[in-house]
Design a protein around this ligand. Structure first.
Ligand code: SF4
Ligand code: SF4
Length: 172
């Protein structure tokens, strides 16, 4: 196996060598139309060690981690953790991210989860809006959700925050 494939396999916990290119993962993916390559192509590119192409791609930032691919895959391969591993490598290596708004959301989400142990939507969205300087998009939806009490004003803490912090330290 190519060293890049071994690295991604270890980071993601997914057994890439079991993929036989049946394309079921691609057929069910709700975000594949935004990818440069289909899901099964991403797996093949990893197997071939195409590190630069993948780590600089927008594909790895468009996966929403819904797990549809993994539940369809006859070999139990989940692309979500694989995309997570690729994003993590891209950030560690300081790669340019072609979708800055997605990166801003990603960072705001993770910072909120790290700070409170779970995501607090109000502060996460505020951080995201400050980063992107886009204050008006989705404002109407946000206000409606807020009026219905779906976006709590104050964050709720959790038990086991130390464990969450440990996970973040392991991943950095
Ligand atoms: S569904 Fe699984 S075996 Fe089929 S192409 Fe996708 S990852 Fe490979
Ligand atoms: S986890 Fe990612 S790659 Fe898999 S189906 Fe969902 S969006 Fe597509």
């Amino acid at each position: 196996m190519h060293p890049f494939a071994t690295e991604v396999q270890e980071l993601s916990g997914q057994n890439l060598s079991r993929c036989y290119q049946c394309k079921k993962c691609t057929a069910g993916c709700p975000t594949v139309s935004w990818y440069e390559w289909p899901n099964h192509g991403v797996v093949r590119m990893i197997q071939r060690g195409m590190r630069d192409a993948l780590l600089g791609s927008k594909t790895i930032w468009m996966c929403v981690g819904c797990d549809t691919c993994g539940t369809r895959c006859p070999n139990g391969i989940y692309l979500g953790p694989i995309m997570d591993a690729l994003r993590s490598l891209a950030r560690r290596e300081g790669r340019r991210v072609p979708e800055p708004a997605v990166l801003a959301f990603h960072e705001a989400f993770l910072a909120s989860a790290r700070r409170f142990g779970r995501v607090h939507e109000a502060t996460m969205l505020a951080a995201y809006k400050l980063k992107t300087r886009d204050f008006l998009t989705d404002l109407g939806v946000g206000l409606k959700l807020f009026a219905k009490g779906k976006i709590p004003v104050l964050p709720k803490g959790i038990q086991g925050k130390a464990e969450i912090e440990k996970i973040f330290r392991l991943g950095s």
